[in-house]
Structure formats: structure tokens, C-alpha cells
Design a protein around this ligand. Structure first.
Ligand code: 6GU
Length: 279
């Protein structure tokens, strides 16, 4: 797989959304200035939601995922019709027998149940018959580790399935036949893929244009550009004797940006020398 830097991805995302605007727009006005491009993208989202992403999550425990998408930014994304998240429990329709079986012991012995291939295959076949999916993601501790670049890439997709495993995992043949991408959220083990799926969806959702109030703010996040974010302050200017850095009160925008960049560099060097090396 080709590797792209955070910066390339940002440019890619801005370009894609801008091109979408130009295609959708009735106006022939265009302006090559960067800021203008971002403002133009903003207007396009206000007048018409050009991008709608659909994420279908297949999970034996949909209740675990109900709350994360009912609040704050993810709620807004859903309400604005920018992101559709559907939860589907395969046990309802695809389990085997009276006992609604979804898993069994593993061949060769060993502790832990494995999710059966047949119900998952039937479920995935039915989903795929409905629409074309850009990715079928399996969340698993042995997948590639989620980072900002992967979230950026996924935010450009239209239809995505996320399959959550449980117990010892899923039969390897499902991975071979259906899964296009395997993602882990870090080097530790969770009891199921649901919380990892929530993390992945959140990291994607906030990148979709129109979800955040200020279109540019997702692009300036920590990790977009391989730098950590600079410190931020709000009122009061003097809190228990601790003062907000004077430059932030100066009203001098260029100086403020310079200070923020310096702070981001310092922070990254101190806390994440590995990221600083790559920057
Ligand atoms: Cl995606 N799943 C599980 N079960 N544990 C994890 C993980 C995923 N990522 C890190 N740990």
C-alpha cells in the first residue's frame, strides 16, 4: 500500500471537497486563493450536503454502540445527514438453529469461541447485494494501527462496513474472502471490537465537511501534519495568578500563528520525539 504523509492527505481532502463543490455549484466563480477555497467549501456544505457517508456496523452487541453516536459531534453529523451509522446484529437473522448460535470451539483445541463463518458470510453477502462497499473493515488487535492518516483516508469513502469480532475472533476464511482492511486501535487487548469501532467512526466522522462548526479546525487538529496541538486558553486572562501568554491577547494574528507553531513544535519534540523526527 502506498504511504502518504499527513500533509498530502490534508491537501487531498481539501481538494476533493473543493472539486465536489465546483461540480455541484451553479456558480462559475472560482478563486485560487487557499482561504477562499476553504470558505467556498463551507458555503457548499451550507447550501447542500454534498457528501454523505454510510457506515454499517455488524456487531453482536449493538447496545454497546448506541450511546457514542447519540451525543455531541456525532449526533450533529447524523442530524445533518452527513453521516449515517447503522447498527446490525447478525444474530437476529443469520444465527444457526434454535439456540441462535453464532460461535463454536476452535479446531485444534484451545480456549475461546470463534465466530462461525456461515452466518457472517450470509450477512455480508446480503449487505453487498444492497450496495457497493468501498471497504469492509474488521476491527482486531492484529490489524494495522489506527492513525490520523488512516482516518483521513477512510473519511473519503462513501460506504463502509465495520465488522466487530468477539470471543477469540472470527474464522480466518471470512477474513480472507471479505475483509479489505483490518484495523487495531492500539497495542492492548479489548474484550470486543465495539469500542474500537466507536473510536474509528468518531475519528472519521469529525473529518466529514460540515460536521465541525469551523471547517478548518479538523485540519488543524493534533496529528494532522504530524504535530501535536499547541496549548489553548480561555477566560479569565489571569487564573489564580497564572496568566495567558501575552501574545494571545495582542490581537496580532501573524504573531499568534507563529507562537502557536513554535509551541506545537516544542510540544511535539518534548512529548513525541518519534513524530518530531518525521515532521
Ligand atoms: Cl480493534 N479489537 C480488540 N478486541 N482489541 C483491540 C482492538 C480491537 N484494538 C486494540 N485492541
Amino acid at each position: 500500500m502506498a504511504k502518504s504523509s499527513g500533509r498530502e492527505m490534508i491537501v487531498g481532502i481539501v481538494l476533493k471537497h473543493w472539486i465536489e463543490f465546483l461540480i455541484n455549484s451553479n456558480s462559475t466563480q472560482s478563486n485560487n486563493h487557499n482561504n477562499q477555497a476553504i470558505i467556498t467549501i463551507k458555503q457548499s456544505q451550507q447550501s447542500q450536503q454534498s457528501q454523505q457517508m454510510r457506515i454499517d456496523i455488524i456487531t453482536l452487541f449493538p447496545e454497546l454502540l448506541e450511546s457514542p453516536f447519540q451525543h455531541s459531534i456525532m449526533k450533529r453529523a447524523k442530524e445533518k445527514g452527513i453521516l449515517e451509522v447503522n447498527l446490525f446484529n447478525p444474530r437476529e437473522k443469520y444465527s444457526i438453529g434454535q439456540h441462535k448460535k453464532m460461535d463454536d470451539y476452535q479446531y485444534g483445541g484451545g480456549a475461546g469461541l470463534v465466530m462461525l463463518p456461515e452466518p457472517l458470510a450470509n450477512c455480508l453477502d446480503d449487505f453487498k447485494a444492497e450496495r457497493d462497499y468501498d471497504e469492509i473493515i474488521f476491527v482486531t488487535p492484529d490489524g494495522e494501527r489506527l492513525n490520523q492518516s488512516i482516518a483521513n483516508q477512510l473519511s473519503l469513502k462513501e460506504n463502509v462496513i465495520i465488522l466487530c469480532g468477539h470471543y477469540k475472533g472470527i474464522d480466518e476464511r471470512i477474513r480472507e474472502k471479505y475483509i479489505t482492511r483490518e484495523i487495531s486501535i492500539g497495542d492492548y487487548v479489548l474484550s470486543g471490537g465495539e469500542l474500537a469501532a466507536a473510536v474509528i467512526v468518531d475519528s472519521i466522522g469529525r473529518l466529514l465537511p460540515g460536521v465541525l462548526n469551523d471547517e478548518t479546525s479538523a485540519l488543524l487538529d493534533s496529528h494532522q501534519d504530524n504535530l501535536l496541538a499547541p496549548p489553548v486558553y480561555t477566560r479569565p486572562a489571569d487564573f489564580q495568578g497564572m496568566k495567558v501568554p501575552a501574545v494571545l491577547l495582542s490581537g496580532h494574528q501573524a504573531k499568534i500563528e507563529e507562537w502557536r507553531f513554535e509551541q506545537a513544535l516544542l510540544r511535539t519534540k518534548e512529548r513525541r520525539p518519534d513524530m518530531f523526527e518525521k515532521f
